[in-house]
Design a protein around this ligand. Structure first.
Ligand SMILES: [Zn+2]
Length: 322
């Protein structure tokens, strides 16, 4: 019975041995032909055999049933299972968009280390010893004794690029930066910046303005306006903060721009000739501009996100929207 591989085969085995006219029935019939003294013993053996055969049949039947339950039926005409696909993180998407925008203006992409010496992060950018930015309160030090920090901005990449390349230079440098900040809706101890640098003969402030305007209009639409406000950074002179017309109300004034019609983006300026001394560029011959921007800031404006922490929580309900 164990060898029966289908219900039909098993049934035919059952009939052969246990059927009304089966071999066992024949043996029971034959009891009458044996001497009376042995009948009782033979009857007992036949009954035991019958019980054993019935049990075997039951087992074999159950085994067949189980096997039938475990066989998967495959319908090749059914549509396949769709695996949930991930998507690019909104910060990756915005970074790529910003990169392609500047690449189309002739900028190449440069990269630098996230762990920097104070020399690249501060000194060579004309940020003097004793400047508040160099304080433990603001900067994350890997080793204060060895003057090794987590870069606080992408500006040190400017120095690396100029050390390795003669003008003309036109690069952007996207990357992670670190500040000693407590996370809240608009601060994170790790965030992303994109640095821009152009150095050549005859570059002036109008080139900077044109580059930023072109960028603003490509990212947010051709009706975008920009404005510059005087500011100060040690590595640019003159320095400016630049604003975009509010991407929400398009300059009419709303809650996001606090009624001004303008949104602060970041800082920019003409490269301070003091910086050229560190990279051995001829400050009499070359001029250039530099600018920075926060990727989170651009992404928050683009997607109207009001809390920077959404970018880092990896909540699938947030990420699915991009
Ligand atoms: Zn507005």
């Amino acid at each position: 019975m164990k060898n029966a591989d289908s219900d039909e085969a098993l049934e035919s085995v059952r009939i052969q041995y246990l059927g009304r006219k089966g071999e066992l029935a024949d043996l029971f019939q034959a009891i009458g032909t044996v001497p009376e003294s042995e009948r009782r013993e033979i009857g007992r053996l036949l009954n035991a055999t019958k019980t054993h055969l019935l049990e075997s049949f039951e087992k074999a039947s159950n085994a067949l049933q189980n096997r039938a339950d475990n066989v998967e039926t495959v319908d090749l005409t059914l549509p396949g299972d769709r695996l949930p696909l991930g998507s690019l993180h909104p910060l990756t998407q915005v970074t790529r968009e910003i990169k392609s925008c500047f690449q189309s203006m002739g900028f190449t992409v440069a990269q630098g280390p996230e762990i920097e010496t104070e020399y690249y992060n501060f000194d060579a950018l004309n940020i003097p010893r004793g400047h508040p930015a160099r304080d433990m309160q603001d900067t994350l030090f890997i080793s204060e004794a060895d003057e090794i920090v987590l870069r606080t901005h992408t500006s040190p990449v400017q120095i690396h690029v100029m050390e390795n390349q003669s003008p003309p230079v036109r690069v952007i440098a996207p990357g992670r930066v670190y500040r000693r900040d407590t996370p809240d809706a608009s601060h994170s101890p790790v965030f992303h910046q994109i640095e821009g640098l152009a150095v050549d003969e005859g570059i002036n402030f109008a080139d900077l303005k044109g580059t930023i305007l072109n960028f603003a209009q490509r990212m947010f639409g051709s009706d975008m306006q920009i404005r510059f406000r005087p500011s100060f950074f040690p590595f640019t002179e003159p320095s400016a903060e630049y604003d975009f017309s509010c991407v929400i109300c398009r300059g009419k004034g709303c809650r996001v721009c606090q009624g001004t019609g303008w949104i602060e983006i970041s800082g920019a300026g003409m490269v301070n000739p003091a910086v050229y001394q560190y990279v051995h560029y001829d400050a009499e011959k070359y001029t250039g501009f530099a600018f920075g921007m926060g990727v989170e800031r651009i992404a928050m404006l683009m997607y109207e996100i009001n809390d920077i922490r959404y970018f880092y929580e990896n909540d699938i309900r947030f990420l699915r929207q991009f």
